[in-house]
Design a protein around this ligand. Structure first.
Ligand code: DQA
Length: 143
């Protein structure tokens, strides 16, 4: 069974109550349950992590290379700032899909640039929680 690592970046633990007009009312636990259901159907094994700490995310990706076949990541605010997470993904060589709940290009200008997309296979954004599910389906098809 192929293994996928899912990483939720900073503040995504607050989903459900965090700016619901932007991010929806679904909690992270609900999203994770749905991801596990999709994984079961697609015969994938998922390990799901959430961290508010850049270095911890770098460590998770650094250790993932041998264990996992793919990475589904919402780097959240680090999307726009983290050379370290970008470098970790590039170094891992993992097939990576970047996801965002919101359409970062229709929001504030500082969100218009992602440091991650260039090292990802692709990005899915703007579909709310559906972005995660589409991202996982895409990974399942590609790995
Ligand atoms: C986000 C978009 C980011 O700009 C923001 O910092 C987040 C969430 C999204 O999923 O829409 O925390 O990655």
């Amino acid at each position: 069974m192929k293994k996928i690592l899912v990483i939720h970046g900073p503040n995504l633990n607050l989903l459900g109550t965090r700016e619901p007009k932007v991010y929806g009312k679904t909690t992270l636990a609900q999203i994770n349950r749905k991801l596990q259901n999709i994984a079961k159907k697609r015969k994938l094994s998922l390990t799901i992590k959430q961290s508010n700490h850049e270095g911890e995310i770098v460590d998770l990706i650094g250790r993932a290379k041998k264990k996992f076949s793919g990475l589904l990541i919402n780097p959240a605010a680090y999307t726009h700032t983290s050379v370290a997470i970008r470098d970790a993904i590039a170094a891992s060589g993992l097939l990576t899909i970047e996801v965002h709940l919101s359409n970062i290009y229709s929001r504030e200008e500082f969100r218009h640039h992602s440091l991650i997309t260039a090292v990802a296979k692709g990005a899915i954004l703007g579909f709310g929680e559906e972005s995660y599910y589409l991202g996982l389906e895409a990974l399942a098809d590609l790995i």
